[in-house]
Design a protein around this ligand. Structure first.
Ligand code: NAD
Length: 230
């Protein structure tokens, strides 16, 4: 086995108190997705959207990686082949744990993007609608987050990696958000073995050859031990 592609979702960071998408009490539950996670929502009320992501950024900078993030960093460091993490998460907990090959397909809270000229720069802790872009000076700054209806980042490279993968592992993702939810089928079609590690079966569980259920900090650590022992 030479190449492992790992897809992570909100569940891997849930034990850090960051809240998953469908948590009943999380930040997400207090807002409609259309209001805070679409270009139309941002156009209608940029202050509300900045407030939402400012709150999430404040939470994320306080969070530390858990045993699951750490186990994946160890896998990358000790596995004889290649390990790539494709994350839907907008926190930086994989990097904080030491993972190097990480693709943020949905962007990151740590980034700012100019909607006028596409310039990117590190986000300040608190962003506001009238913050000028450092490159073009337009008051068009937004979080560098991929919203619903927008194209995720790095898709061509991700599909190339899925086609070349020997093993595809999905961790803490509900299988409801596309195109990530289809990665298991993409990888399996090209011959990869597939494993789901999740608290409970995802919407795409029937596409996986194997699965382990439990908290990410338990199941991911145990699975990494197994892979490294092979
Ligand atoms: P989701 O909320 O739809 O699903 C979370 C999954 O994690 C569920 O399958 C749930 O059973 C599982 N889970 C919950 N607690 C877990 C635990 N302790 N251990 C293991 N699994 C656990 O999340 P998603 O599939 O990532 O979906 C969607 C979107 O939500 C993404 O676009 C992502 O950008 C966004 N999001 C990101 C964060 C973050 O960056 N931390 C947080 C919330 C939402």
């Amino acid at each position: 086995m030479e190449k492992i592609v790992v897809l992570t979702g909100a569940g891997i960071s849930a034990e850090n108190g960051l809240g998953t998408f469908r948590d009943e009490e999380g930040l997400w539950a207090q807002h409609r997705i259309e209001d805070v996670a679409t270009p139309e929502g941002f156009a209608a009320n940029p202050q509300l959207v900045h407030d939402f992501y400012n709150a999430r950024r404040a939470q994320a900078v306080e969070a530390s990686p858990n045993a699951a993030h750490q186990a994946l960093a160890r896998l990358e460091a000790e596995f004889s082949g290649e390990v790539l993490i494709v994350t839907q998460n907008v926190d930086n907990l994989h990097e904080a744990a030491g993972s190097k090959a990480v693709v943020h397909m949905h962007g990151a809270l740590s980034g700012a993007l100019c909607a006028a000229c596409d310039h990117r720069w590190p986000a300040p802790l608190v962003m506001a609608p009238n913050d000028p872009c450092p490159a073009c000076n337009q008051p068009a700054t937004r979080p560098d987050i991929v919203w619903f209806g927008e194209m995720p980042y790095g898709m061509e490279a991700i599909w190339d990696q899925l086609r070349a993968a020997d093993l595809f592992v999905a961790i803490g993702t509900s299988g409801n958000v596309y195109p990530a939810a289809a990665f298991v089928q993409d990888a399996a079609r090209y011959g990869a073995d597939t494993v789901e590690l999740n608290l409970e079966p995802s919407a795409t569980i029937s596409d996986f050859a194997d699965a382990r259920f439990g908290k990410a900090s338990d199941v991911v650590s145990a699975w990494v031990e197994e892979v490294l022992a092979q």
